[in-house]
Design a protein around this ligand. Structure first.
Ligand code: ADP
Length: 495
């Protein structure tokens, strides 16, 4: 079986796509079934990829363990940082190619992949390159005769399982902090979008990383992902994906009490108060749900608008949605929305839309697939939704929004918090006191005031309740990829 194929991208770029596993700095065949990777806009197969079996997971973990103990955790932190800088520079050099690869198997507009995902990935590698030699512990005063200090040490071998919505960016969020802290990595990309993670291994080779520091295993979640989460010699699992899969991973990780970071689903609310700048609120509420085809864990998919501005908000929201209703192939000029990731997701979103209609929500816009080919969905707006409706309670992960009105601040806070999720929340008001009071009361890991969807590599990302455990990015990821060791020194030779 071939280990790579030559691909000509629709925008004229040509490159060689690896199609097998990357273990110990070598391309190796996969023992599990192969799987097809499709272009969601055309439904055509791009390439067949080899899947990793549990034996392959074992091989990768052995390589990662050896690299951790003999090499990566032993070298100077500044040297690890220098490797990460090299990777960052290679990402910058290849940003157009990598953005094209992500656009191809994800379906997202190429310009979004380039300007959002690749920009972020480059910054994340630079940030953690700089952070590698700034990981510090502390000394703690206990008594004059004793010295106690705390060191932050790496965890060991980190299994990382990433989703399909931001393929390369999610890789960066996981790999960069893990390596900066001195861990080694076995990464499993999503089966829908493994291409950029495999290409990344070419950059790992070019940057000269020691063998076994980064291993990438394409494969199906229930086979490769599960074997990784269960593996007794993996010290940590970092996962981004749906809450049900997060639960499975948590169970699997229990066998050897792995450290876990879970970044899971959401049903994030936006609240528009009567004194909000309505034009701004509409703009942010729109991008909050429609960006990335609605496939963001933090998508603000429920909007609560004060009754006094409700009708005005709805008219403006439909207008802005119409203006952005530019759906098409990921490489076409001027599109805002690409295809959903898969046939399964398209069908799932359409079934939510049917549930919304059946439950009596008022359909203001969209409500169907777009075109006959490709996994496209029209941006869809439901108004007058009620709290018991499925489209208000469950994560849809598509361009579908549920809008309803509220009367009082207490009522809307109760509605926002009445969810098993707690990932993010947005609120719009010109009243500074109210903004901070409401921000405090919202049960969410991230709150946006007069904005939506902001994230930054220096700021913690993660959720409350069933939206996850732990935080990614910033200093918080350094904590998530290290463990503390307390050292007690007796200075008194007589005792
Ligand atoms: P989706 O259902 O939208 O594909 P998932 O949360 O299932 O989202 O997938 C996110 C990532 O988790 C993917 O890389 C997928 O292969 C992986 N995955 C799915 N099921 C499991 C599992 N049982 N154990 C480990 N990883 C899994």
């Amino acid at each position: 079986m071939t280990s790579s194929v030559r691909i000509s991208l629709p925008n004229g770029i040509q490159y060689t796509q690896p199609t097998c596993l990357f273990i110990d700095n070598k391309w190796v065949p996969g023992d599990s079934d192969t799987f097809s990777v499709l272009n969601p806009a055309s439904e055509d197969e791009i390439v067949t990829i080899q899947g990793a079996s549990s034996t392959n997971v074992d091989q990768a973990v052995i390589a990662a363990r050896r690299a951790f103990e003999g090499v990566w955790s032993e070298i100077a932190a500044s040297e690890r940082g220098a490797f990460l800088y090299k990777i960052a520079e290679l990402i910058k050099r290849d940003r157009e190619l990598i953005a094209s690869i992500d656009a191809l198997d994800n379906g997202k507009p190429y310009t979004a992949a380039l300007n959002i995902d690749l920009d972020e990935a480059w910054n994340v590698f630079r940030y953690y390159a700089g952070a590698a030699d700034k990981i510090t512990g502390q000394t703690i005063e206990t008594s004059p005769a004793k010295l106690a200090y705390v060191m932050q040490e790496p965890l060991g071998v980190c299994g990382q399982i990433i989703p399909w919505n931001y393929p390369f960016m999610m890789l960066a969020w996981k790999v960069a902090p893990a390596l900066a802290c001195g861990n080694t990595v076995v990464l499993k990309p999503a089966e829908q979008t493994p291409l950029s993670a495999l290409y990344f291994c070419e950059l790992v080779l070019e940057a000269g990383l020691p063998a076994g520091v980064v291993n990438v295993l394409p494969g199906i979640g229930s086979i490769t992902g599960s074997a990784l989460a269960l593996h007794e010699d993996v010290d940590k699992i970092a996962f981004t994906g749906s809450t049900p899969t997060g639960r499975e991973i948590m169970k699997a990780a229990a066998s050897n009490l792995k450290n876990i970071t879970l970044e899971c689903g959401g049903k994030s609310p936006s609240v528009v108060f009567e004194d909000a700048d309505l034009e701004q609120a509409v703009k942010w509420c729109h991008s909050g749900i429609m960006d990335n085809q609605g496939q963001i864990c933090t998508s603000t998919s429920r909007i609560y608008v004060h009754e006094s501005v409700y009708d005005d908000f709805l008219t403006r929201f439909v207008d802005v949605t119409k203006k952005h209703d530019k759906i098409g192939d990921q490489f076409s000029e001027g599109i805002y929305q690409g295809a959903q990731i898969s046939d399964i997701q398209q069908q799932r979103i359409l079934s939510f839309i049917e549930a919304g209609k059946k439950d009596g929500a008022r359909l203001l816009y969209g409500g169907t697939r777009h075109g006959q080919k490709g996994y496209f969905i029209k941006p869809t707006i439901f108004a007058d939704t009620t709290e018991s409706m499925k489209i208000v309670r469950e994560e849809i992960f598509g361009p579908v929004v549920a809008i309803s009105k509220f009367s009082t601040q207490g009522e809307v806070i109760r509605k926002c918090n009445d969810s098993p999720y707690g990932l993010a929340a947005a609120l719009f008001t010109e009243n500074v006191r109210r903004a901070h009071i409401v921000a405090r009361k919202l049960q969410a890991g991230m709150v946006w005031i007069n904005s939506s969807g902001d994230s930054h590599y220096g700021i913690p990302f993660g959720g409350y309740k069933s939206s996850g455990i732990g935080r990614e990015l910033g200093q918080y990821a350094l904590d998530a990829y290290t463990q503390s060791k307390a050292v007690h020194v007796n200075l008194d030779s007589a005792s």
